[in-house]
Design a protein around this ligand. Structure first.
Ligand code: 7PJ
Length: 264
């Protein structure tokens, strides 16, 4: 899954696709084309920055950022389009414009989101987070982060099924970096195989994230090697979808891993 940010303030690549204060559709489409050519099966389009400390965005602004790009990619490229959103209106409009997956870092907890997602008939990715991005890094006290994340995700999966989203349309994500300390993120990586055995496909996003800062001593634009290490560990642990900025390099790593795994 390749990341396509339409936000001016994303932590790792924000603003690169902007011109005159708005998303430049041609640049965004060019990036989408590149990621598909590099081997991405899914593109994740987000119109709200959820990095720690990020400010909320209005519904109108999120729609303006996301929907034209979903429609343009759907017209041109053969790829599954995921929308990274918690907003019911965006879910509805994105589905109509050709989206194939709803990726919600708030696990459909925003008012009306569960109903909106169910009405689209699309698969959903439910991610673990606490609170809101603006303050989430103040909420990292867990008795056991692994058990609590697992409980939360299975609870949300149950709620989704009650709302009419069938189990085979549900993916889970532990939410690396969302209300978690470095140690807690590492613990979740270590215990990914347990999560992967719960019967739902696992999606993970660790690309360039801050957990790599203290480990490698690298700034955000120098975290490719660390991100590739985490992608490989996640795949080996049973994750089915790896959400990344660097598609070409990650696809190489996964192809090598896959070749070794299928060799007799
Ligand atoms: C994630 C996400 C993640 C899922 C972001 C960033 C911050 N969606 N959206 N999982 N992270 N499912 O790209 O670093 O980890 S936004």
């Amino acid at each position: 899954m390749g990341i396509l940010n339409t936000t001016p303030d994303s932590f790792s690549d924000g603003g690169q696709l902007q011109r005159d204060g708005a998303l430049d559709l041609d640049s965004a489409l060019a990036r989408a084309r590149d990621m598909v050519a590099a081997g991405a099966d899914i593109l994740d389009i987000g119109g709200e920055s959820t990095r720690p400390g990020a400010e909320p965005v209005s519904v109108a602004e999120e729609l303006r950022r996301v929907i034209p790009l979903v429609a343009a990619i759907d017209r041109e490229l053969d790829v599954v389009i995921s929308v990274d959103t918690s907003t019911p209106e965006v879910m509805h409009e994105a589905a109509a414009a050709g989206a194939g997956l709803i990726n919600d870092v708030r696990a459909l907890q925003r008012k009306g989101a569960m109903e909106a997602a169910a009405a689209t008939g699309l698969p959903v990715c439910l991610m673990h987070m606490r609170g809101e991005p603006k303050t989430m890094q103040q909420q990292t006290d867990y008795q056991s982060v692994v058990a609590e994340v697992l409980d939360y995700l299975l609870g949300r999966a149950g709620a989704a099924q009650q709302a009419g989203i069938s189990a085979d349309r549900i993916l889970l994500d532990p939410g690396f970096g969302f209300a978690k300390s470095l140690e807690q993120n590492l613990s979740l990586v270590r215990h990914l195989p347990e999560l992967a055995k719960k019967g739902y496909p696992i999606l993970v996003g660790m690309s360039r994230k801050s957990m790599l800062g203290p480990i490698t001593g690298r700034d955000v634009d120098q975290r490719l090697a660390g991100s590739l290490a985490l992608a490989l560990l996640a795949a080996q642990s049973g994750a089915k979808i790896i959400r990344v900025h660097d598609v070409r390099e990650t696809v190489d790593v996964l192809r090598v891993w896959s070749a070794v795994g299928s060799a007799v």
